[in-house]
Design a protein around this ligand. Structure first.
Ligand SMILES: C[S@@+](CC[C@H](N)C(=O)[O-])C[C@H]1O[C@@H](n2cnc3c(N)ncnc32)[C@H](O)[C@@H]1O
Length: 393
C-alpha cells in the first residue's frame, strides 16, 4: 500500500529548534524499566542471551533510556546514533545514573543516520519510533537493512493506519483549538489541559503528558509517522524475513518440516494475521475477533483515506487556503461518518466513540472543553506502535 506523506523536514528540525527531546521514560524504578524492555525483546525473539557478546547498534536512541537494558546485557559493543544534542545530553545523564550496574559502555555517535557510515555491520540493529513512510525515510530503512549482518536481527516499529486513527484526529483537533500565539510554553500548557484527561486513562504510560504533547500534537511532522506493515515488508524485500511482532497477533500452526524455501513465507503469515486483526488495532483496550471481509477491507481503506485527507488538510491550513481546508474538513467529517457506520457492524461502543468525535469535528469552532470532555472518544487510543523484528538472510 502506498500512503500519503508530506514535506521534507522531520522531527529533528523541530526538536533542535525547540531544544527538546520529548521521549523521556518516567523511570522511578530501574528494575521495572528493565522488566518492560525484557518483556518487549523476549516477545520479539530476543532473550537476554541474544545480546550477550554481540555488536548492537541503536539508531535514533533518543533519551538513551531504552538502551540501558541493552548495555546491561553486556554486548561486545553498543553504538548509539543520536544527532539531537539535547538527546545526547540525556544519554550521558542516563548512563551516569547506571554506574552501579555492570554494563557495556556505549559509543555515542553525534550523527544523523544519513551521515553515519561505519563501514561495518552489526548483529542487532534497533531503530524505534522514528522512521515513517516518506521516500527519504524508506531509503533510511533500506540503509538500516544494510547495517545488519547476515543472520542478524533488525528491530523497528511500524504504525498501522487503524491504530494511528485516534491520534490522527487528536492532531487535527489540536490544530483547530490551538491558541493563536507563538508562545510555545502557553500552547504546551493548553494542550496538556485538553489532552491530559484522555492520557490519564492509560495508567501504564511512561512518558509525561508534556512530552507526549510535544511529540504528537505539537510536532508539525507527526502525521508522517504512519508506516504500514506492507510498506515495511516491501522496502526490506527479500533481504529480510519477519521474525516476530509485539503485540503478537500472528499464530503459525504449520509443521516446521514443511517450512522450506518458498514455503517459509513468514512475511505472508504475518501480513495475513495483520489484515485479519485490523479492528483490534483501533482501541488498545479491546481485542476483537479476527475477521477478514468486505467490512474490514473497507475500514482499512477508510483509515488510509482519512490519513491522506488529514495531511492535505494540514497543508491547506499552513498555506492559509481557507476554502480548500474547509472542503477537506467536510470530507473528513464524511470519512468519520463512514468509519462509524463500518464500525457499527463490528463493535457498537467503538462506533459510538467515532460518532461523538464526528459531532465535535463538525462543530464550526470546537472549544477546547468540547475536545477535552469527549466521554467516549477520550479514552480511545489505538495500538499505534507495533514492534517488528526481522532476520537478515
Ligand atoms: C520520537 S524520537 C524516538 C526516540 C527513541 N527511539 C524512543 O523510542 O524513545 C525520534 C528520534 O529520532 C532522532 N532522529 C531524528 N532524525 C534523525 C536522523 N536523521 N538520524 C538519526 N536519528 C534521528 C531524534 O533525534 C529522536 O531522538
Amino acid at each position: 500500500m502506498s500512503i500519503s506523506t508530506s514535506g521534507t523536514e522531520g522531527h529533528l528540525d523541530y526538536y533542535v529548534a525547540r531544544g527538546i527531546s520529548p521521549v523521556h521514560y518516567q523511570m522511578h524504578n530501574l528494575s521495572e524499566h528493565f522488566d518492560r524492555r525484557d518483556s518487549l525483546y523476549r516477545s520479539l525473539g530476543l532473550p537476554p542471551a541474544a545480546f550477550r557478546n554481540v555488536d548492537v547498534l541503536e539508531v535514533a536512541a533518543g533519551s538513551g533510556q531504552n538502551s540501558l537494558y541493552l548495555a546491561a546485557q553486556r554486548p561486545a559493543s553498543l553504538t548509539l546514533v543520536e544527532p539531537n544534542p539535547t538527546g545526547r545530553r540525556d544519554i550521558e545523564a542516563a548512563y551516569a545514573a547506571l554506574s552501579e550496574v555492570p554494563h557495556t559502555r556505549p559509543v555515542i555517535v553525534p550523527q544523523t543516520l544519513q551521515d553515519f557510515e561505519p563501514g561495518r555491520q552489526y548483529d542487532i540493529v534497533i531503530c524505534e519510533n522514528w522512521l515513517g513512510a516518506r521516500a527519504d525515510e524508506l531509503e533510511l530503512l533500506d540503509k538500516l537493512v544494510g547495517l545488519v549482518a547476515p543472520g542478524g536481527v533488525l528491530v523497528i516499529t511500524y504504525v498501522p493506519l487503524s491504530g494511528f486513527f485516534p491520534n490522527v484526529m487528536r492532531k487535527l483537533l489540536a490544530l483547530r483549538i490551538m491558541p493563536e500565539t507563538d508562545d510555545f510554553e502557553r500552547t504546551t500548557e493548553t494542550m496538556v489541559e485538553v489532552f491530559g484527561p484522555h492520557l490519564a486513562t492509560m495508567p501504564a504510560m511512561t512518558r509525561s503528558h508534556r512530552d507526549w504533547v510535544h511529540d504528537c500534537v505539537m510536532n508539525p511532522h507527526y502525521l508522517n509517522v504512519a508506516l504500514p506493515l506492507e510498506t515495511v515488508l516491501a522496502t526490506v524485500g527479500e533481504r529480510m524475513e519477519a521474525l516476530a511482532s509485539f503485540p503478537r497477533f500472528a499464530a503459525d500452526w504449520r509443521w516446521f518440516k514443511s517450512l522450506v524455501g518458498e514455503h517459509r513465507a513468514f512475511d505472508a503469515v504475518l501480513s495475513e494475521a495483520a489484515a485479519a486483526n485490523v479492528a483490534s488495532f483501533i482501541d488498545h483496550r479491546r481485542l476483537l475477533p479476527p475477521r477478514q471481509d468486505a467490512t474490514t477491507q473497507a475500514l482499512e481503506a477508510a483509515f488510509a483515506e482519512l490519513h491522506r485527507r488529514s495531511l492535505a488538510w494540514q497543508r491547506a491550513r499552513e498555506a492559509a487556503s481557507t476554502d480548500e481546508r474547509d472542503a477537506l474538513g467536510r470530507a473528513i467529517g464524511d470519512d468519520l461518518a463512514r468509519i462509524a457506520a463500518l464500525l457499527s457492524e463490528i463493535d457498537a461502543a467503538l462506533a459510538a466513540a467515532v460518532t461523538e468525535l464526528e459531532a465535535v469535528w463538525r462543530m464550526p469552532e470546537p472549544s477546547a472543553e468540547a475536545v477535552r470532555d469527549m466521554a467516549a472518544f477520550g479514552p480511545l487510543f489505538g495500538r499505534e506502535t507495533v514492534y517488528l523484528s526481522l532476520t537478515r538472510r
